[in-house]
Write a protein that binds this ligand. Sequence first.
Ligand code: 6CM
Length: 258
Amino acid sequence: ERLKAGKAIPDTPPPTSPAGQHRLWPEIDTLVKQQVSMARLGVGECGAGWQLFAEDGEMRMYRREEEVDGMVVDPLKAVHTVKGITGHELCHYFFKPEYRYDWETTLENMQVLETISDDTLLFFQTHKRIWPASQRDTLFWSHMRRLPNDQDRDGPDIWAVVNNSTDLASYPPNTGKCVRIFLTVCLLCQTRIDPPKDGAPISRDNITCKITYCSVVNPGGWAPASVLRAVYKREYPKFLKRFTAFVTNKTKDKPIMF
Ligand code: 6CM
């Protein structure tokens, strides 16, 4: 066992989560591992064709133009560095349903359909309609995971949330006014601590978090490519700035959650 922020934590985080018995578990576990290893690669390491489409301070957003059956499914990869918050905090606020309306601007309605375990939920969301396309909905599992920091055993653990579309017989797609979106999203957060030289306790001034956000969204039905790309260009930077500002604000007077 090693000590972190005065707390003893086990050497290796538990390899499985309590969701292990669920019908979706094999898919969740495989996809989380895959998404995390992809997210850990820099844009230079994960194939050609990535173009920088947005930049603001430390934030950089890249996309690769891709279409499937005439529908835009451009993979997106964003990197950002934010001071004063940890990866655990970012993942906590991204995963927990009670905060979603505070930062998710595309949202019209959100429901938790199933609590698979503390770290695994099934969500059904409707999103705001964007003219001239039909309104969209999403049905996805969401899983939050702590990963060992194998580059620096004394550094804080890495945290990730993976969201991935799934089906549920009681919520069939494309039956009402909404077209079902298919998404795979991964938020990966790595905290760095620069301890004060004088041995003073670690404060928020000593922590920085490197964030990687990857997504592939299939709009599921007709949506004009140019409108969709314009929406993404506007909405993704807005999301990442708003979400990180929300976490900064929410945690500033709270003890650090490593
Ligand atoms: O990852 C994000 N949010 C998560 C929690 O809500 C979750 C959901 C992702 C939904 C992404 C799709 C939103 C797009 C809705 C508009 C599509 C309209 C199509 C027609 C346009 C002509 O992973 C943050 C997602 C930030 C998205 C900008």
